[in-house]
Structures are given as structure tokens and as C-alpha cells.
Design a binder for this molecule. Structure first.
Ligand code: NAP
Length: 286
């Protein structure tokens, strides 16, 4: 498995996004655990989660707990697996997503994530989404405190603009290591943030890289170029998409979501797919 870096941690070039295993349409636990184990067997050492990946109000942290159980029941060594979680989003149980970026809430959310993950310090803690009710400086100040207290080993942000990336890095005293924004053939509005991360050497984790849970299967139908480049290599349009992202910059680490062993295995193979300059240019313009 090819690797990339998040701060001082080496991780697989393709990560596993945990969200489809815990929100609407999620599979049973057995299939989820099989999916996580298939990822580990394929060499994945980055799993992205969040305390808000759950369905009902009384099961906050469903995805974190699931991942902790799957790691514990895996036969092999998992000491090099980075579980990256997030705080600042909430799901009240009615299908909506709400936010709380207040320092008090973030600190309490981090404590709860620590317990669920069963670790002394979280390997990568990401502020999930700026809260318009709370000054960004205050939310990131809480993340800085968590770093200083040793509750988290590394700090990331998500859904951030270029200005917020610069500000967060300043508040964290240069200790920001990653940015997680939406980026896919369908949503390219974070191109500027991706390029800034490349300049600053921050990991850029594209979320919903295949267009999101409901759109991922139809990627090749919606975007001919990805289907055609994939077909030329005898691989899926999804693999072509992830290979294109990896080729955009050495800081890019896609985190495709998965709820089946087959899909994560297919996605992981993108790390070894080499595109020609012409193919890259075609996909970049598609
Ligand atoms: N920071 C944020 O605000 C934010 C927001 C959304 C998501 N995220 C993170 O980003 C991750 C990825 O986003 P996402 O799950 O929303 O969307 P996605 O990765 O674009 O799509 C997920 C779907 O793609 C399918 N899939 C995966 N690999 C495939 C392949 N090789 N061939 C065909 N289908 C494939 C999976 O199907 P099966 O279910 O059938 O396996 C899965 O349901 C999430 O899991 C989460 O960790 C973060």
C-alpha cells in the first residue's frame, strides 16, 4: 500500500470513510465489521469517523464505537491505524445535522470520543464545521487547548475556507495538520483549499470523493471521462476518480465511504493506478 503523511503520521494513501456504516441506510454490524476488517487486510491505516455519525439521538458515537469494536476483534496488528474523528456536529435524531462549536461543548465531546475509542489521546481530532454562532477563533482555541493538554495528538479542521485554514494554523501555532473538505468530480469548489494545503504541506482529505452515498454508484454514468479512463485500465470509474485525486497533489488522501468489503477493496486499488498526463488532464477538466 502506498502511503502519505498526516503531520508526523504515515497513513495509507486511501483511507476508509466510516459514515455509511452508521447513518441512514446503514448495514448490520456484521457487514460493517467485515468492511472494516477488509479495509485493514487491504492495508488501510486511516479510518475517518465522527461522533455525529449516528442515526438516533441516544446513540451518539455509533460509528466511533463500531470502529473501536472492529479494531479490537481484528486478528492482526492495528497499532499503526490512525482513527481520525471529529467534534462540533450533532444529530438530534430527526434526520437533521446541527452544530455546536463552543469551547465547552468541544471539550466535552472530545472526552466522550476518547472513551468510546478507548484511547488516552486521539490520533487526529478535526473540528467538524464552523459554527456561525461561535467565533471561529474560540472553536479553534478549544482545539489548541486539547492539543496542549495532550487529549489529542494532532489537530485538523473540516469544511474550512482558505482564510479559515490560515487562521486555524495561526491559532494552533503552526500545528494544523489536515483539512477535510468536500471534493469530487461533482463538487470542485474546494480546489483553492486543496492547492493551499499543497503549498502549506497540510494533508487534504476529500470528503464524499465519489459524490456521496447516494451518487457514488452512478459516478461513471454521470461522468463519461471517469468511466472511459477506468475502462482503459480495466478498473471502475470510482478507482479512476480516486487515482485522479491522488495525482492532484501529494497531500491528497481520499477517504471513500464504504459499507461493503467489495467497495473498499476496489477503492484501495486506486493507490496503485497510474494515470498518464493526458488522462489526468482529461479528468481534471471533466
Ligand atoms: N467532514 C464532513 O463534513 C464530511 C461530510 C460527509 C462525509 N465525510 C466523510 O467522508 C467519507 C466519504 O464520504 P461519503 O461516504 O459521504 O461519500 P462517498 O465516499 O463519495 O461515497 C460513499 C459510497 O460510495 C460507495 N463506494 C465506495 N467505494 C466504491 C467503489 N470503489 N465502487 C463503487 N462504489 C463505491 C459506497 O458504497 P457501499 O455503501 O455499497 O459500500 C459508499 O456508500 C464519509 O464516510 C465520512 O467519513 C465527512
Amino acid at each position: 500500500m502506498k502511503t502519505r503523511r498526516i503531520g508526523d503520521t504515515v497513513v495509507s494513501a486511501i483511507g476508509l470513510g466510516g459514515m455509511p456504516m452508521s447513518i441512514e441506510g446503514r448495514p448490520d454490524e456484521q457487514r460493517s465489521v467485515a468492511t472494516i476488517h477488509a479495509a485493514l487486510e487491504a492495508g488501510v491505516t486511516l479510518i475517518d469517523t465522527a461522533d455525529a455519525y449516528h442515526l438516533f439521538a441516544d446513540e451518539v458515537g455509533h460509528n466511533e464505537s463500531l470502529i473501536a469494536r472492529a479494531l479490537a476483534s481484528y486478528g492482526g496488528d492495528t497499532s499503526d491505524v490512525l482513527v481520525a474523528t471529529k467534534g462540533g456536529h450533532l444529530r438530534p435524531g430527526d434526520g437533521t445535522w446541527t452544530q455546536d462549536g463552543s469551547p465547552a461543548y468541544l471539550k466535552q465531546a472530545c472526552e466522550a470520543s476518547l472513551k468510546r475509542l478507548g484511547v488516552e489521546a486521539i490520533g487526529l481530532y478535526q473540528f467538524h464545521r464552523p459554527d456561525p454562532k461561535v467565533p471561529y477563533e474560540d472553536s479553534i482555541g478549544a482545539i489548541r487547548d486539547l492539543l496542549d493538554e495532550g487529549k489529542i495528538q494532532q489537530a485538523g479542521i473540516s469544511n474550512a475556507s482558505t482564510q479559515q485554514i490560515q487562521l486555524a494554523n495561526e491559532i494552533l501555532g503552526g500545528r494544523l495538520v489536515s483539512v477535510q473538505n468536500q471534493f469530487s468530480p461533482r463538487f470542485r469548489s474546494s480546489e483553492a483549499e486543496l492547492q493551499l494545503c499543497a503549498v502549506l504541506g497540510l494533508a487534504f482529505l476529500p470528503w464524499s470523493p465519489l459524490g456521496g452515498i447516494s451518487q457514488a454508484a452512478g459516478l461513471g454514468t454521470r461522468f463519461d471521462a471517469f468511466a472511459e479512463v477506468g475502462a482503459a485500465h480495466g478498473v471502475s470509474p470510482q478507482q479512476a476518480c480516486l487515482a485522479w485525486m491522488l495525482a492532484k497533489a501529494p497531500v491528497v488522501i481520499p477517504i471513500p465511504g464504504s459499507s461493503r468489503p467489495e467497495t473498499i477493496r476496489d477503492s484501495v486499488a486506486a493507490a496503485d493506478l497510474v494515470l498518464s498526463a493526458e488522462e489526468f488532464a482529461r479528468l481534471d477538466a471533466a
